[in-house]
Design a protein around this ligand. Structure first.
Ligand code: SF4
Length: 65
């Protein structure tokens, strides 16, 4: 299975922190609370928590493809 690619739009991030709870190995928050990516790709078989984070993001700031 191919890796999935993750990107974030900090301009849409409203600093809720949901993504860091759902997928702490992929998302972090910077000192101001904005999302920071720890990695831009994960193996497809480990992608469900990343997709879940994208669904739960209130700013629709996370794109998974
Ligand atoms: S869930 Fe969305 S709005 Fe909340 S910190 Fe993560 S990227 Fe930002």
């Amino acid at each position: 299975m191919a890796d999935i690619h993750i990107s974030v739009d900090k301009g849409r991030c409203i600093m809720s922190g949901n993504c860091t709870f759902v997928a702490a190995d992929v998302f972090d928050q910077d000192d101001d609370g904005f999302v920071e990516l720890l990695t831009s790709s994960v193996a497809a078989e480990n992608a469900e928590n990343v997709r879940d984070a994208a669904r739960r993001c209130p700013g629709a700031a996370i794109v998974v493809d």
